[in-house]
Design a protein around this ligand. Sequence first.
Ligand code: ATP
Length: 218
Amino acid sequence: MPEKVLELKGVNAYYKEGKQKKQVLEDVSFTLYEGEITGLVGASGSGKSTLCKCVLGLLKEYDGEIIHYTKSPQMIFQDPFRSLNPKKSIGWILEEPLKVQGGCTKEQRREKAEEMLKRVHLPVELYGRYPRELSGGQRQRVSIALALITGTKFILADEPLSALDVTVQAQIIALLKELQESEKICYLFVSHDLDVVSMLCSRVLFLKDRKVKEYADL
Ligand SMILES: Nc1ncnc2c1ncn2[C@@H]1O[C@H](COP(=O)(O)OP(=O)(O)OP(=O)(O)O)[C@@H](O)[C@H]1O
């Protein structure tokens, strides 16, 4: 049986509207496991971002239980150009979380950054380059390397393919699947695109009317 990564039990989430509370999620329960890609779909305004904010600990107005069995997730965003600091080199960007975490020498940080570039199939020469010098697909590979560099096994991906053209999308899908299999990474993959979700995910959480319905074995 695969290890649990995240469990939600009976989660209700709210936003304050003046003196009132507006409920956005109602009795949401599900479990994510290592090495599994789960889609999170639903119409605009159905509560996908709210659910992600709860999981990331950014929204405190909820009740129910959210249990993390591993380190909290790292995010990959829709637009890697905006999520990567344009003033810093790729090497600097990749090493930053290691600096914050501590415990690595300068040489070890560089070695890890270069190893991560190789793991996402980027040439190590990109170490000294800047985000603007990379293609959209290369930038998204850097975002994936950045998410994984501190050893997290849980990635929350918010529409990570929608800014890419179809060929590049297919390459990133192949990379995400490869990492899922080789490193048992667990993804919660937020998307509007049901084709992409059915290609990538084994399970889907469908948000509607504040509730989650789960569809297994796509
Ligand atoms: N900060 C906030 N204060 C009050 N209401 C909010 C806030 N953020 C979101 N909402 C409301 O909560 C509901 C869910 O919004 P949410 O952003 O989670 O939906 P979503 O599924 O992520 O939408 P989209 O696909 O458009 O990003 C919507 O009705 C939205 O208007």
